[in-house]
Write a protein that binds this ligand. Structure first.
Ligand code: UDP
Length: 253
């Protein structure tokens, strides 16, 4: 199997909660295959949603291309060798989840006494320390402040400033993308960053930017179009993915 650049997909390197990562015939690149697997609550609730992988991969790829067109560095390198995969630059992942919020929802409303859907006075960028080490379950993705990120050697002060800036800009760009192209409001999202070894350690956005990693509300009906449908056991968890794909490409799944 090879992608449009003629790079062959080789072995499965890592199987995550929703995505499978493959090595390729070019050591500078990997392929990410978006699966139909869905999980919530750090893997406690699991299932599959038919068509989710295709929808997420199409949306992620389109957003990465859109962000690149505005000068935002990402790991996106082209289509993968299947319809639900993309070719990406290999990166050393930074162990952080970077969250940007426009409105208060989810874990934020459990931490602070504020009303659900409260509109924040300005977009808020927060960090959590990504801990997938099963030996330390007590440290499950804790919020981490900028000084602690630097003190633990996770990223330098300049890198943190860069991630702050890029995340804020991505929020402006994705808010516009989702509103004008897909008629949904971007409530919040999570992104991850990595350093490209073959490019002097330059930082780029990695992983995915899809309805699995953000909250999206339909402008006309107020309905949730993201993973919250599954998280909160709402009717038809596939509805959001299907509707967004149809709005983006016209495809029906
Ligand atoms: N998010 C994510 N992966 C995580 C945690 C959060 O993609 O491991 C996304 C989530 O979908 C939402 C945003 O980040 O769009 C903020 O999530 P929150 O902190 O409210 O946590 P949640 O309530 O989703 O657990």
């Amino acid at each position: 199997m090879s992608n449009p650049k003629g790079i062959m997909r080789l072995e499965l390197l890592h199987s995550g909660k929703a995505n499978d990562v493959y090595t390729t015939s070019d050591p500078r690149y990997l392929e990410i295959e978006a699966s139909d697997r869905v999980s919530a609550g750090n893997g406690e609730k699991k299932s599959t949603i038919a068509g989710k992988g295709l929808a997420n991969s199409r949306i992620s790829s389109d957003i990465f291309k859109y962000l690149e067109s505005y000068g935002i560095p990402t790991h996106y390198a082209g289509n993968g060798s299947t319809p639900s995969s993309m070719l990406v630059k290999k990166a050393d992942m930074i162990e952080l989840e970077v969250i940007c919020r426009n409105k208060a929802l989810g874990s934020f409303t459990k931490r602070y006494p504020c009303a659900t859907n409260y509109v924040l006075s300005q977009p808020l960028v927060e960090y959590t320390y990504k801990n997938d080490n099963k030996d330390f379950p007590q440290y499950s993705d804790p919020p981490i402040d900028r000084k602690t990120i630097v003190a633990l050697g996770i990223a330098s002060e300049l890198e943190v400033q860069f991630m702050d800036f890029i995340t804020t800009r991505v929020n402006e760009l994705m808010t516009d993308y989702y509103a004008t192209r897909l008629q949904v409001q971007l409530v919040d999202f999570k992104i991850e960053f990595g350093r490209i070894p073959s490019s002097h350690g330059n930082i780029v956005i990695c992983d995915e930017v899809s309805p699995d990693t953000c909250r999206l509300i339909d402008f006309s009906t107020g309905e949730s179009f993201d993973k919250d449908r599954f998280r909160n056991s709402m009717d038809d968890p596939s509805m959001g993915y299907r509707t967004l794909l149809k709005r983006l490409t016209g495809e029906v799944i």
